[in-house]
Design a protein around this ligand. Structure first.
Ligand code: SF4
Length: 378
C-alpha cells in the first residue's frame, strides 16, 4: 500500500488520527515500519539508548486480584529498608545508575515506608536515580496513610523520587480493566495520578500491556490518551508497549484454553511502529523491551520505530513468574553490540533520558556517596 499523502503529512506534523492509525495498520507492515523508522530518525537521530539498572522487588505480597498476574501471593516477603539498600549497593557497585522499585500493594506498605525507602536510598546513593512505585501503589498507600494523592506525591518528590513508574496502566479502558484488574484504580484515577505527578515535577514513563482481552481500537485509544496527557503536562519520558505473558495466570489460562497465545511478533512490531507514529513530536522515546520481546525481536524493533532497549535489569520476577523466558540480565556490552549491529549509536542514559558516560563497576562499598575500598576480590 502506498500511504496517502494526507496521512503522511499528518504523521510528520504529529497529528496522526485514529482513522490514519487504522489505515496504517491495515496496510502493509513494511510501509508502516519505514514511516516509523523515518520519524524515529527525525525525533532522536541514530542514537539508541539503554539504562544500566536493577529492579528491586520490595514485596510480592498484594491484596489485588489482577487476572493477568502470576507474581502476587498472600504469604510473601517484604524487604526491610536495609535489605533494599544492600541490593542498591550491589547495583551501584556493578555500574548501575538507576534502581527500579516494584512491588504490590499491601497494608504493610504505607507512605511512611515508601518515603523511608526513597530518603534512605538518596542519603546513601545520592547519584543513583530512583524510578519507583506505580500510580496504583501511590493511590493505595496514600489512602491507608490518610493523605491525598497530591500530598503523597508532593512528599515523594521532596524525599528525592526521580521518577514514578507508569505501570498499572495496563490498557486504559474501564471495560478491559473490569475483566483483567477489577480491584485496580480505574482509567480516570490512573490519568489523574499521572497528571498530578507531572504537575508536582515528577517525571513518569507510560506503559501499555496488550495482547489479552483488549480490541485494536482500545490499544489505539490508550496511545492517544498518552498523547493527550503529554500535550497537557509534558511529563512522560517514554512509552513502553509490553506484550502480555499468558502463563501461570487466570487470563492467560483462559486464552490458552481457547487457542490464543497473546500477540504475535509481527503485531508487537506493528504496535511499536504505530506508537512512534501517533506520538511523533509528543513523546520522543519508544522502548523495545527485550524482557518481553526477546533480544532478537527487540533488535529488529530498532528498525521499526524504537530507539531504546530499556534496562540491564539484573532480575525480573514479574516476567519470569508469567512464563517469560528471555532471561533477567543483559550486559551493557551486549546492548552496545546489538545497537551497533542495527547500524545505530549506543549511548547509556539515566532514568530521565539524559545521556551519560557508562559508569565503571566499583571495587569498594559506596555509601553516602563515598567509596570505601574493601579488597581486590570484589
Ligand atoms: S499486577 Fe500488581 S496490583 Fe495486580 S495482583 Fe499483581 S502485584 Fe497486585
Amino acid at each position: 500500500m502506498t500511504i496517502p499523502d494526507d496521512v503522511m503529512e499528518r504523521a510528520y506534523q504529529g497529528k496522526c488520527t485514529k482513522e490514519d492509525a487504522m489505515l496504517l495498520l491495515e496496510g502493509g507492515p513494511f510501509e508502516l515500519f519505514k514511516l516509523a523508522d523515518d520519524l524515529r530518525a527525525l525525533a532522536v537521530g541514530d542514537v539508541v539508548t539503554y539504562v544500566a539498572n536493577r529492579n528491586i522487588y520490595i514485596t510480592n505480597k498484594c491484596i489485588g486480584n489482577c487476572g493477568f498476574c502470576a507474581y502476587r501471593t498472600n504469604k510473601g516477603y517484604i524487604l526491610s529498608v536495609e535489605e533494599i539498600l544492600a541490593k542498591a549497593e550491589e547495583a551501584w557497585k556493578a555500574g548501575a545508575v538507576e534502581v527500579c522499585i516494584q512491588g504490590g500493594y499491601t497494608p504493610e506498605a504505607d507512605m511512611e515506608f515508601y518515603l523511608e525507602i526513597i530518603e534512605s536510598l538518596k542519603a546513601e546513593f545520592p547519584d543513583l536515580c530512583t524510578h519507583a512505585f506505580s500510580p496504583m501503589e501511590v493511590n493505595y498507600a496514600a489512602g491507608i496513610s490518610g493523605m491525598s494523592v497530591e500530598e503523597a506525591l508532593g512528599k515523594l518528590k521532596k524525599s528525592g523520587l526521580d521518577s514514578l513508574t507508569g505501570t498499572s496502566a495496563e490498557v486504559l479502558s474501564d471495560r478491559v480493566r473490569k475483566i483483567i484488574c477489577p480491584n485496580k484504580i480505574n482509567t480516570r484515577q490512573w490519568v489523574d495520578t499521572i497528571k498530578t505527578a507531572h504537575k508536582a515535577g515528577i517525571s513518569t514513563n507510560a506503559t501499555l500491556m496488550y495482547g489479552h482481552v483488549e480490541t485494536l481500537e482500545e490499544r489505539l485509544d490508550h496511545i492517544f490518551t498518552i498523547r493527550e496527557i503529554q500535550q497537557e503536562t509534558g511529563g512522560f519520558s517514554e512509552l513502553i508497549p509490553m506484550s502480555f505473558l499468558p502463563y501461570n495466570n487466570k487470563i492467560g489460562e483462559q486464552m490458552l484454553a481457547s487457542g490464543k497465545f497473546s500477540s504475535t511478533g509481527l503485531e508487537d512490531l506493528q504496535l511499536l511502529a504505530i506508537s512512534r507514529v501517533i506520538l511523533h513530536t509528543h513523546v520522543d522515546n519508544i522502548q523495545a523491551t527485550w524482557v518481553k520481546l526477546g533480544k532478537k525481536l527487540a533488535h529488529v524493533a530498532l528498525s521499526c520505530g524504537a530507539n531504546d532497549l530499556g534496562g540491564t535489569l539484573t532480575e525480573d520476577q514479574i516476567s519470569t513468574a508469567a512464563g517469560g523466558s528471555n532471561g533477567e540480565f543483559v550486559s551493557p556490552q551486549e546492548f552496545e553490540w546489538m545497537i551497533r549491529e542495527a547500524g545505530k549509536i549506543p549511548i547509556q542514559r539515566d532514568t530521565l533520558y539524559r545521556h551519560i558516560e557508562a559508569r565503571e563497576p566499583k571495587k569498594g562499598l559506596v555509601r553516602n556517596g563515598k567509596k570505601q575500598e574493601i579488597g581486590s576480590g570484589e
